[in-house]
Design a protein around this ligand. Structure first.
Ligand code: A3P
Length: 348
């Protein structure tokens, strides 16, 4: 069987922008902020993890900042045009987005970087976030230059299912959702927020993070509603939506990577399997490799590359949650996921 080849690999060799591009991007963002400012003013507010506030839009909390903003979600809803051939990766922040981006980029483009071309693979020198853009961040800001009209398009998003642009829902495209157990998301988000917060705000305590998280307040949360939205649609449209968990990806990496490849329309051939192609991709996208490559340097807006790699483990929450915090999260999860087959692993 022959493997379909991606007609185009999205890859930004560098996110360094020249002054003119940067100015243009700031001007575009200013226009969007201005266009939606009246709507923003009507939204309920809460204390933010990274930014000062988060805003409730269509049942979910969003930031409003130059990095990522609810105004962009509104603008995408008004303007974004999906194509049936697009592939979307959806996650809550800190659920393994970076890993999933690396895996999908490598799977789809594996023929471009075979054998002696492996040394030119972007993931050996660059952050997975440079390889596969978020629709609400890079794509939105740079649509004309980033998107070749004939290319296969790989996109990521944190936008909740019910707030996705209608054109995505109507397009019949494929979407992969990666879910992670709530306690590890909480711990991971706590560390990430403390790395990115304005120094003037001081560090967040874990108690503060827990209090916000358990009330559903986190960027693109409530956690439970985000997961439920995508889980439901994965049951309704299994050919279009694949629901994976970070924990199962860790435990059964090989099976899940093969499953992912098949779902995306890029299944491994017997020959590739015999040659160890699956293991090669797993190694390339491993925490060990990616965290080493991304030890230094920054992603856009001065986010250190290293901020996306901390422990990369399942169950680190046991080092942070008290017995009472654990009980509360379990109780909320049991209630919110009642009757749903969403689980992680016995010890998660
Ligand atoms: P921890 O903070 O628990 O270590 P996201 O990519 O959605 O921002 O999620 C970040 C989390 O995924 C972090 O979790 C990070 O360490 C982990 N991670 C990043 N790359 C990974 C990889 N290749 N394999 C497994 N986990 C990874």
């Amino acid at each position: 069987m022959s493997i379909p080849i991606a007609s185009h690999a999205f890859y930004l060799p560098s996110i360094t922008k020249c002054n003119d591009e940067d100015k243009q991007e700031r001007a575009n963002m200013a226009l969007v902020f201005d266009q939606y400012k009246d709507r923003l003013a009507t939204l309920p507010k809460e204390k933010g993890w990274i930014t000062e506030n988060v805003y409730m839009y269509q049942g979910f909390w969003h930031q409003s900042s130059r990095r990522i903003s609810v105004e962009t979600v509104m603008a995408l809803q008004d303007t974004f045009k999906a194509r049936p051939t697009d592939i979307y990766l959806a996650t809550l922040p800190k659920s393994g987005t970076t890993w999933l981006k690396a895996l999908v980029f490598s799977l789809v483009n594996r023929n471009l970087y075979k054998n002696n071309r492996l040394s030119t693979h972007p993931l050996l020198v660059s952050n997975p976030h440079n390889c596969l853009p978020f629709i609400e961040i890079e794509v939105f800001r740079n649509t004309p230059t980033y998107v070749d009209p004939h290319s296969l398009r790989l996109f990521a998003t944190h936008i909740p299912y019910t707030s996705l642009p209608q054109s995505i829902l109507d397009s019949g495209c494929r979407l992969v959702y990666l879910c992670r157990n709530p306690k590890d998301v909480l711990v991971s988000m706590f560390h990430f927020a403390n790395k990115l917060r304005d120094k003037s705000r001081g560090l967040m305590t874990f108690e503060e993070a827990f209090e916000l998280f358990s009330r559903g307040v986190m960027p693109t949360g409530p956690y439970w509603d985000h997961v439920k939205g995508y889980h439901k649609v994965s049951l309704e449209y299994p050919k279009n939506v694949l629901f994976l968990t970070y924990e199962d990806m860790n435990i059964n990496t090989m099976n899940n990577v093969k499953r992912l490849a098949k779902f995306l329309g890029y299944p491994f051939t017997e020959e590739e399997e015999a040659e160890g192609a699956v293991q090669g991709i797993i190694r390339l996208c491993s925490y060990e490799n990616l965290s080493e490559v991304n030890k230094h340097g920054n992603l856009r807006e001065d986010i250190p590359n290293g901020a996306f790699f901390r422990e990369g483990k399942v169950g680190d929450w046991t080092n942070y949650l008290t017995g009472e915090m654990n009980r509360i999260i379990d109780e909320i999860t049991k209630e919110k996921f009642y009757g749903l087959d969403i689980s992680w692993c016995p010890t998660c």
